[in-house]
Every structure is written in structure tokens, then in C-alpha cells.
Design a protein around this ligand. Structure first.
Ligand code: HAM
Length: 417
């Protein structure tokens, strides 16, 4: 077949699905613990939503969006992230009239036309949380606590580092940007082409440029943290003290500015040294709701890249622990066997065990082979002899031990339990 998967997309199946499901169960568990409610929004939105929120001059909007004109002549974009979509939903559905704070979570596919590498795809999945309606640093702490709790639940918190920074509010950033512009002006010629363009359009992004030439220039650059106004400095201090008191380890990285325009004050990123990539990021965006024509509403949130989380879980051996073995396979006669035993099979299945039986009219020998191939813990053999004496043979596939018992759901459960 010459129709193949599109670049940057993947099929997820087999053992990988078990790892995804393991992580997804933990998302539900953690968000429930913090009373965060799920929200599902459309895969596509008006392009303007992203140019006005993520920002016209960001890589995402400039180079990476899947944008097209639909048959009605509208400019449509497949969501490259979900904060903007959730803010749109918050405004459109009148969430500001609900009791605040409003805490929402999502897990969904995103689309960015990026250069592919391990952990970087064009269709990828994020789990994120957004908290609306609190301007307190306590909401920042809860946002970090939810994300950290998730890493803890999936057992990788010790392999991940959390870096935090404050990029100030509108007023302290204005002073800082002047100082930064003056510092960088004599170095423009030595910067990479992207940063040359950023100088006039998105100067803060120069701070986290990964090119050696720019990194060198930035080493001596003034940092926003040294230009925070009293309120922002106090909030950042409170945040650090709060994280210390709940024992969430972090480091301060003055170079984190984030790649989306809507952030202010607290920003944070989770990185994996083993993967060499950010696995999640977030921060405060107190002006975005208002900028998208909603009522003034402070907000804070984060999103994890779930594909990267799954890669890490696999790297750390989660596959071996997360196995979905069949508990019992019922071997039956080739013809008419199913009818004779289906009540027994259903009874054991209804109890909650993972149960399989023959649906291909195979020989008893072939059924045994299949049970072995799927690593069934037990096999229950009900042949002609057993049926006539109302018995069955239960074999423990690991030890090889087998017993003959009365053919009843209770007796079978007794052996399995
Ligand atoms: P972001 O940093 O652009 O933030 O993305 C969050 C995470 O998504 C990244 O840390 C990364 O793990 C994953 N990710 C991004 N691009 C890709 C890709 N091409 N392939 C695989 N994984 C990827 C946001 O999207 C913000 N909306 C987060 C947020 C929520 N801020 C406040 N609330």
C-alpha cells in the first residue's frame, strides 16, 4: 500500500497503549483530587484566536500552525495548544459568572508543523490544567502542585527537574525591555538570524535562544528577575517559600521566558535530562481573558507533552510493570463448546477478571497454544469428558499445577482468588 502515515504522526497500539492508559488514569486521579473539572473543546478554531493570544511573532503562529481556508472562506487553524481555546470557552460560555476560581483540565491532540525528532511530532498530545479567577501566588502553587503530583503518581518526579522564573507584570517588563534593548543593540550583528528579527518583534525570546552565538551574548545580559516591581518580587518570594514548605524541589532559571506571548509573572518548565527536552511548561497569564474581550480575569496553568511523558515511562521500564495479562482462558470443544460454557465465561468475566475464550472454532490444541501466546495466567479446560461429569480442569500456567473442580463460577473463582 502506498498510502502511509503523515510525517510527524504515529499509530499508538500494543504495549504502548497500556502505558498511555496508565498515564491517563493518573491524570483522572490527580485532577479529581484537586477538584479540577474536565473541558473538551474543538480541534479547530478561528486562526485569529491564536494570533491574538499565542502571539503573531511567536514561532508557533509564524511557522508552525496548520492553517487553512474552509469551504466557507473562514481562516481555520488546528489547535497548536489549548490555553487559548479554553480561554475562548471561558468567555463564550460565561464561566466568569460561576463561583471562582474555575479549575479546568484537558487532554487532547495538538498540531504544530515542526521539524521532527525524538519526542517532537506534528500531532502530539497534551494534558493541561487552567485555573481562572485567582491572582494569588497560592493559585501558582496549586498549579505546580497538580503538575508535580502527576509526575509523582506516574513515578518519574525524581528524574525531572522543575525550573521557575518570574517575567514580571506589564509595568516592570516595560522598564526591563528598555534596558535589554540597550544592552543587546551593540551585539545585533553577532546574533543568529532568528534573533536579529526577534530584536524588534519579540526581544525577550533572545534570552532563551539555543544558538551558541546568542547564548554567549545573553550570558552578561540584564535579567528580568532583577527588574521586578515590589509586587512581582513579593509574589515570587511567596511562591518559592510555598514550594519549599510543600517540599517540591525547584531551581530558579532566569532564562525561562517561554515561547508564547501571553505569560506574565510566574513561568515554569519541567525538563528531562534523559530526553534533553521540556516535558511540560506553564505560568500565569493574567491579561489574556481581557485581551480576548472577556472580563478581567487572572489565570495560571500548565501543559505536559504526553508523548514525551510516555517516552520517559518506557525508558524507565514502565512497560514491564504495566502488563495487561488475560486472567483466564477457557479452552472448549471445537463445535458447540461455546454454547455449553458461555454462562460460566460470563460469570467469571462479570466478577471482574480479564477472560478470553475461543471465537475462531479452533482445535483444543490450538486454543492451548493461543492461551500460552497471550500469557494467560490460568487456563480452564472444559472438554467433552468434563462436560459430561460437570467438572473442569484449571491449570496455573506459571507453575504448571492443575486441579479438577466442579464446573461452577464459584469453584473457578475460589481457585483464582
Ligand atoms: P508549550 O511549552 O508550548 O506550552 O507546550 C507544553 C508541552 O507540550 C511542552 O513542554 C512539550 O512537552 C509538549 N510539546 C510541545 N510541542 C510539542 C511537539 N511538537 N511534539 C511533542 N510534544 C510537544 C503550551 O502549550 C501552553 N499552552 C502551556 C500552558 C497551559 N500555559 C499555561 N497553561
Amino acid at each position: 500500500m502506498n498510502i502511509v502515515r503523515q510525517k510527524g504522526t504515529k499509530d499508538i497500539f500494543g504495549d504502548d497503549i497500556l502505558v498511555w492508559q496508565f498515564a491517563e488514569d493518573k491524570i483522572r486521579r490527580v485532577t479529581k483530587k484537586f477538584n479540577v473539572k474536565e473541558i473538551r473543546t474543538p480541534v479547530f478554531e478561528a486562526t485569529e484566536l491564536y494570533s491574538r493570544s499565542v502571539g503573531d511573532e511567536t514561532d508557533i503562529v509564524n511557522k508552525e500552525m496548520y492553517t487553512f481556508e474552509d469551504r466557507g472562506g473562514r481562516s481555520i487553524t488546528l489547535r497548536p495548544e489549548l490555553t487559548a481555546g479554553v480561554v475562548r470557552a471561558y468567555i463564550e460560555n460565561g464561566f466568569s459568572s460561576l463561583t471562582q476560581p474555575v479549575k479546568l483540565w484537558y487532554q487532547a491532540n495538538m498540531y504544530r508543523y515542526e521539524k521532527m525528532q525524538k519526542g517532537r511530532y506534528r500531532e502530539f498530545n497534551q494534558f493541561g490544567t487552567e485555573i481562572f479567577g485567582s491572582n494569588s501566588y497560592l493559585a501558582d502553587i496549586e498549579s505546580i502542585q497538580i503538575s508535580y503530583n502527576f509526575l509523582k503518581e506516574i513515578g518519574i518526579n525524581e528524574m525531572i527537574s522543575l525550573s521557575i522564573n518570574s517575567i514580571g507584570c506589564k509595568s516592570c517588563r516595560q522598564n526591563y525591555l528598555k534596558v535589554l534593548k540597550d544592552y543587546l543593540a551593540p551585539h545585533i550583528a553577532s546574533m543568529c538570524d532568528t534573533c536579529k528579527a526577534r530584536y524588534n518583534k519579540n526581544i525577550m525570546r533572545i534570552i532563551d535562544c539555543k544558538e551558541d552565538s546568542c547564548k554567549k551574548i545573553v550570558e552578561e545580559a540584564p535579567m528580568i528577575t532583577d527588574y521586578l516591581c515590589d509586587e512581582c518580587r513579593e509574589d515570587f518570594e511567596n511562591l518559592k517559600n510555598g514550594l519549599d514548605s510543600i517540599k517540591i524541589p525547584y531551581e530558579i532559571d532566569k532564562k525561562i521566558v517561554r515561547g508564547l506571548d501571553y505569560y506574565n509573572k510566574t513561568v515554569y518548565e519541567y525538563t528531562s535530562k534523559d530526553l534533553g527536552l521540556a516535558i511540560g511548561g506553564g505560568g500565569r497569564y493574567d491579561l489574556l481573558v481581557e485581551e480576548l474581550d472577556g472580563p478581567s480575569t487572572p489565570a495560571v496553568g500548565f501543559a505536559f507533552g504526553m508523548d514525551r511523558i510516555v517516552l520517559l515511562l518506557k525508558e524507565y521500564g514502565a512497560n514491564d510493570k504495566i502488563v495487561n495479562n488475560v486472567d483466564i482462558y477457557f479452552v472448549t470443544m471445537e463445535s458447540g463448546g461455546y454454547n455449553a460454557i458461555h454462562e460460566i465465561v460470563s460469570g467469571v468475566r462479570d466478577y471482574g477478571y480479564v477472560v478470553e475464550t475461543d471465537i475462531s472454532n479452533r482445535s483444543m490444541k490450538a486454543q492451548m497454544k493461543y492461551a500460552n501466546n497471550i500469557n494467560s495466567r490460568y487456563v480452564c479446560i472444559i472438554g467433552e469428558n468434563e462436560l459430561s461429569t460437570n467438572t473442569c480442569v484449571i491449570k496455573n500456567m506459571e507453575s504448571g499445577n492443575q486441579v479438577e473442580v466442579e464446573l461452577s463460577v464459584n469453584k473457578i473463582l475460589e481457585i483464582m482468588n
